[in-house]
Design a protein around this ligand. Sequence first.
Ligand SMILES: Cc1cc2nc3c(=O)[nH]c(=O)nc-3n(C[C@H](O)[C@H](O)[C@H](O)COP(=O)(O)OP(=O)(O)OC[C@H]3O[C@@H](n4cnc5c(N)ncnc54)[C@H](O)[C@@H]3O)c2cc1C
Ligand code: FES
Ligand code: FES
Length: 490
Amino acid sequence: MILNSKLHKSIIRFILDGKIKEIDFSKTTELRPTTTVLNYLRSLPDHKGVKEGCAEGDCGACTVVLGELNENNKLSYKTITSCLVFLPMIHGKQLITVENLVDRNNKKVLLHPVQHALVKSNGSQCGYCTPGIIMSLFALYKNHNNPTREIIEDALTGNLCRCTGYQPIINAAQKACTNNGIDHFTEKEPEIVELLKQINKEEKTISIITETQKYFKPRLLSEALVLKRQYPNALIINGASEIALKQTKKYELLKEIIDLSDVDELKIFKENDKEFIIGTGLSLEKIKANVKDKLPAFYDLLKVFASLQIRNIATLGGNIASASPIGDTLPLLFAYKAKLKIICSDNERSLYITDFIKGYRLTDLKPDEIIKSVIIHRPDKKEIIKYYKVSKRKDLDISTLSAGFRLFLDKDKNIKEIILAYGGMAAFTKRACKTEKFLLNKKWQRHYIEKAMEILYREYEPISDARAFAESRRIAAKNLLLKLYSETSH
Ligand SMILES: Cc1cc2nc3c(=O)[nH]c(=O)nc-3n(C[C@H](O)[C@H](O)[C@H](O)COP(=O)(O)OP(=O)(O)OC[C@H]3O[C@@H](n4cnc5c(N)ncnc54)[C@H](O)[C@@H]3O)c2cc1C
Ligand code: FES
Ligand code: FES
């Protein structure tokens, strides 16, 4: 069996406090493979700076930073919400907490520049949010020199502060981030890189089998597929930003997990004249950087998707496979006419996203399959592709409804192709087929749009829930069509 020769023991290794830390799950009863990084840190005597606020990725009090080896064997730093990350997910990475920021190597104990700036800007009151905010500022400091206000706000979107107000915190960010990321971590970087290389040199699947749980973390896609065939009921995780909630909010025991977060073959972004190929394991934040000038509607979507902490781990594969009626990428992928490459250990197939979504959280995926990549045809310059999200807040909010639109007009402004795909209007992402049919071959003119809005108003039967009444969803849906018209009619 290929797998048995490659199975690694129940051990994970990562760096904490500058040293390799090892957890052997076969020797501990206190830690489970699905223990979150937050709960692990809180169990240590000297890492209690990290806080739990919500245990669902919303408040940012649990923010820590991961240092990872990038393709150039340098360290890159990213924030994560530790309440949603399982311990094996940090194998082969450096875990940095607020306790690590002070520089203790000098004779004096020196605050990190971001800590110093937050103190000077009066950026903390009760202090509950402060360790999380410091960690977001730390990652900002390492990644950006003189960041714009937009970049600072984006870095802080995932950190709630109920008492200080954000201006002093933004002031601190502006004050601190002027030193090209140089700090005591810079000095220690070569040492940490060597340690990480040592941990990462083995390409074996981590296999943690306890009395109640099985957790596999393959490095190769082929191994992941063999595992999926062996354990068809195992939950696939990538960023775990959906799945972890089953444990943190519903207290479910996750019995079998195949964690794809270390499978590099799923982290690709490729393009050619015709199409973009996006690996389902690439984080949404990396996709955001890649699509900025290439697929502007996708970039617009990712600007209002969750928070930086979530986008740093969450993936496109996870959003698609969740098949949530309000999954944000789905309406846009419908508009792009995206195709999915689906793979199992002895077969590969392609499927349009519209055929993949079958119902409420229901997809065409078979138990032994994994979605490998998403293929987006490079839109023609004359095609208009738009994405709109309606939510109660702009930042870190789940959609009330969202829409992905595609429009192609001929030179006389006749509608030659139109896709109107909505999320949040039905049990799953759905195109407004009757409205599309009415508009096809009509002129792109206001009176046709108004008639189409009437059809659209009746086309869906949305539910009323905590986010919106059905009536307001219907009105918003037709108004989004009007918005498309107003933005494109000239
Ligand atoms: C605070 C917070 C904010 C959020 N905001 C948004 C938002 O604004 N918009 C939005 O749409 N969603 C949002 N989400 C939901 C979630 O972050 C996204 O759906 C995300 O894309 C899931 O990706 P993941 O890699 O974390 O998925 P995971 O939790 O790892 O997996 C989700 C599902 O997909 C399956 N899966 C994952 N990868 C594959 C694969 N390659 N092949 C087959 N199956 C696979 C898993 O088995 C699981 O069923 C939010 C979540 C949180 C916690
Ligand atoms: S505890 Fe609130 S985001 Fe983790
Ligand atoms: S200082 Fe009290 S929540 Fe931010």
